[in-house]
Design a protein around this ligand. Structure first.
Ligand code: 13P
Ligand code: SF4
Length: 300
């Protein structure tokens, strides 16, 4: 019933639902598009819909709003705030820039819009290495994820300075090296694929490191039938749907992002019905944050 009401409202209001790969299964199933941060930013820019219901966390919906100043971007639950994005404040960025005046600033898309204003370019987990390589400076201030900074540093001779020093995603950072050893012991023939937000010890022992949609692609393309998946458990729904017959084991069953689970079908219906809560940013932040996001889209 609710499903049908949502479909009717979408048609009536020319609305689409964009959902991140970590969303609840029923939310993924009702979305027009499910993807990683980079794909969602691209989709948000391409759509002809009047309303975008963004099922993800705050920084993703903000990015969609920045790329679509003429559209209504709704976030079904305003409490869906990424804790990692909160770790990089304007004050920390200003101080780091002052200390390293020749460095360029590459910020992970997992930052608040007001921090993006300070970036020379934005990146996602899917393009971080290529974006850093494309920058002119030999020193890069990179934040907020220290683990992603580690992943990028391995591929470049540029100096990567993490800002803040110990930024991380709680859901990925808690996946321990022991989890990896246990998973390998339990599934000795499975390929291990992890997200670059995992700690260095986990990254170093994985077979592949990829963004969430990168993981889906790898699992579909490889002939292997068993995979240990080192990211938020919500991705398993998409993997099981798109690679039926293959077996997927979470590297950690406790890798759950509570904020990503906040959008529900009831909240989506309410958002469509009332056309709120809307993502609202100041015109100044919209304009200044748009440049480094567009630069990323051009470069990758
Ligand atoms: P992806 O861009 O790889 O989907 O990652 C987003 C994210 O929030 C990971 O925690
Ligand atoms: Fe933020 Fe981590 Fe949740 Fe992704 S999984 S939204 S980085 S807290």
């Amino acid at each position: 019933m609710r499903h049908e009401r949502i479909e009717r409202l979408k048609r009536k209001k020319n609305a689409i639902i964009l959902a991140h790969n970590y969303q609840r299964p029923e939310v993924q199933d009702i979305a027009e598009f499910v993807g990683d941060s980079l794909e969602l930013a691209r989709r948000a820019m391409e759509t002809t819909a009047d309303i975008i219901i963004f099922c993800g966390v705050d920084f993703m919906a903000e990015t969609a709003a920045i790329l679509n100043p003429d559209k209504k971007v709704l976030i079904p639950d305003v409490c869906a705030i990424c804790p990692m994005a909160q770790q990089l404040t304007q004050e920390i960025l200003r101080a780091a820039k002052q200390e390293h005046p020749d460095a360029e600033v590459v910020l992970y898309v997992n930052t608040r819009a007001e921090s993006k204003v300070y970036a020379d370019c934005i990146c996602t987990s899917a393009n971080a290495r290529e974006i850093v390589q494309a920058m002119n400076a030999s020193t890069i201030l990179f934040g907020p994820d220290r683990n992603l900074a580690y992943y990028v540093q391995k591929s470049t001779s540029k100096k990567i300075i993490p800002v803040p020093e110990h930024g991380n995603c709680p859901s990925h950072h808690q996946i321990a090296f022991e989890d990896l050893l246990q998973a390998k012991a339990e599934h000795p023939t499975a390929k291990v694929i992890v997200h670059p937000e995992c700690i260095p010890e986990v990254q170093d022992r994985a077979d592949y490191i990829a963004s969430t949609s990168g993981m889906v692609k790898i699992c579909k393309e490889l002939e292997d039938e068993e995979f240990v998946i080192g990211t938020e458990v919500g991705l398993l729904h998409r993997l099981e749907k798109e690679a039926p017959g293959k077996r997927f084991y979470p590297l950690s069953t406790t890798a759950i992002c509570p904020q990503m689970k906040m959008p529900t079908l009831a909240k989506i219906e309410a958002a469509l019905e009332h056309e709120e809560p809307e993502v609202v940013l100041s015109p100044e932040v919209m304009e200044k944050a748009r440049k480094p996001i567009e630069r990323m889209l051009e470069l990758s």
